[in-house]
Design a protein around this ligand. Structure first.
Ligand SMILES: [Zn+2]
Length: 446
């Protein structure tokens, strides 16, 4: 029954959104969503980073609203992106890497909502956890995935894995639209490990490092460091960060080319352009280097979010409310003048009023199980540990034993967030051996 009801709701929404029998004019706001995978906000100039990683994003910020407290629903690629694109938390959208599950066909996606209003929809993305088998291709007329390089050193540098290549594909798509409204979802793994920057991008950051690590930091090297087989000192650790920062600089340059393309086509001023990420990266805050998906600490959940509204409304402003991945899609639809599906759980960030009081996040531990956290503006319950985010933003002092009533109350709220909605029926993802090998090469599966 659940499946039939969900499908009926979905069809009803898509029919209504298409405006069948209705003469209302179609909205023409160009819509662009950019996800730079693994991008920490505190490594961007517009979020206060002192290094020259992001001159183009910093300039774009002057036209956008900057959200200071945006958080992902998961520290990993598929779960987090599925939340962004469906406006559902991971247990409700159903996608899973650990259990080979796709977003069910019954779930309405951001792309479907826009396509139902006449938008041409296209995604150029890095594939792997965004491979079409996981269902995020729903609603896209064009869904093109570039599978990123593996861990082998000879594969560290590949022009097709740079965001610049993605933007070039977007240019080809835009040139074919001839005035039709479009939705572009662009995603890149360029900043994701392995960190393999061009020497020219690394030069401003690496200084005179003469330690034992190479300039290209592969996944196997990071695995060896994190397993304790390859000891590193503080200079080595900084060299890994240098390579990460250099890849941000390259992705930022490609983002600048995207903005230039929109301006060249006369689309920029009217466009809705959103830039975000799916999760962060750990650089030794809790013992791991160049890694993610393994904890629910803020270095993995805090993400950048820049929203340039049509007509550059609210340009250059800063918002401090709590923001969730599920809020991105409804905010985009409202800004584009497109109906928001009633299955979407997020809220329009531009509407008056405060943001959500709590944010649920979870990471997969296999066999249908997740470890989860619930944060408020002041507190975070992660597993059974309780952190005071105001006094201990680094999340090092567990207060659960000292504040058992608070920990219990947050635990009940954390359960209620998930229990409040029925879980979608499962949809197996057909993962072939090549894709599984790519997942292995990026350290996602054993
Ligand atoms: Zn990711």
């Amino acid at each position: 029954m659940l499946k039939l009801n969900s499908l009926a709701c979905r069809l009803a929404f898509l029919s209504a959104a298409a405006g069948l029998g209705c003469a209302a004019p179609r909205p023409r706001v160009p819509v662009v969503l950019v996800s730079i995978d693994t991008l920490r906000p505190d490594h961007l100039g517009c979020y206060g980073y002192p290094r020259p990683t992001s001159p183009h994003l910093d300039a774009f910020r002057e036209d956008a609203v900057l959200f200071r407290s945006a958080f992902a629903h998961a520290p990993s690629t598929l779960l987090s992106h599925a939340s962004i694109l469906t406006s559902l938390r991971p247990p409700h959208h159903g996608a899973s890497i650990a259990d080979d599950l796709a977003v069910p066909l019954e779930v309405v996606t951001l792309a479907e909502a826009l396509r139902a209003r006449g938008y041409a929809t296209a995604s150029f993305n890095g594939g792997v956890q965004l491979d079409g088998v996981y269902g995020l291709d729903q609603g896209f007329d064009v869904y093109e995935s570039f599978r990123p390089r593996g861990a082998a050193p000879e594969n560290l540098v590949d022009a097709a894995d740079r965001f610049g290549h993605t933007v070039a594909r977007a240019r080809d798509f835009l040139c074919r639209q001839e005035g039709r409204a479009f939705f572009l979802f662009l995603h890149t793994y360029e900043v994701h490990h392995p960190y393999s920057p061009d020497p020219a991008d690394l030069a401003p950051f690496r200084g005179d490092y003469e330690g034992p690590l190479p300039d290209a930091i592969g996944v196997e090297l990071l695995e060896a460091i994190n397993a304790g087989r390859r000891p590193v000192d503080e200079r080595d650790r900084q060299h890994v960060v240098d390579a990460y920062d250099a890849e941000i600089r390259s992705a930022d340059r490609a983002f600048g080319a995207l903005v230039a393309l929109l301006k060249e086509k006369g689309l920029y001023d009217d466009a809705l352009v959103v830039v975000t990420s799916d999760h962060g990266e750990e650089f030794s805050e809790h013992g791991w280097l160049g890694w993610h998906a393994h904890t629910l600490f803020d270095e993995l959940l805090r993400v950048p979010l820049l929203v340039k509204l049509p007509g550059n409304r609210r340009a250059g402003t800063t918002a401090r409310q709590l923001v969730r991945g599920i809020d991105v899609a409804p905010t985009m639809l409202r800004a584009a003048g497109v109906p928001v599906p009633d299955t979407f759980e997020g809220r329009d960030l531009m509407a008056a009023g405060a943001g959500p009081e709590q944010i649920w996040s979870g990471r997969e531990v296999g066999h249908g199980r997740v470890a989860s956290s619930l944060r408020t503006a002041e507190w975070k319950l992660a597993g059974r540990r309780l952190f005071d985010l105001r006094r201990d933003p680094g999340e090092h002092v567990d207060l659960a034993a000292r504040q058992p009533d608070l920990a219990r109350r947050l635990g009940e709220q954390r359960r209620a967030v998930i229990a409040g909605r029925q879980v979608q029926p499962r949809r197996p993802a057909r993962v072939d051996e090549e894709l599984r090998e790519r997942l292995r090469a990026l350290g996602y599966v054993q």
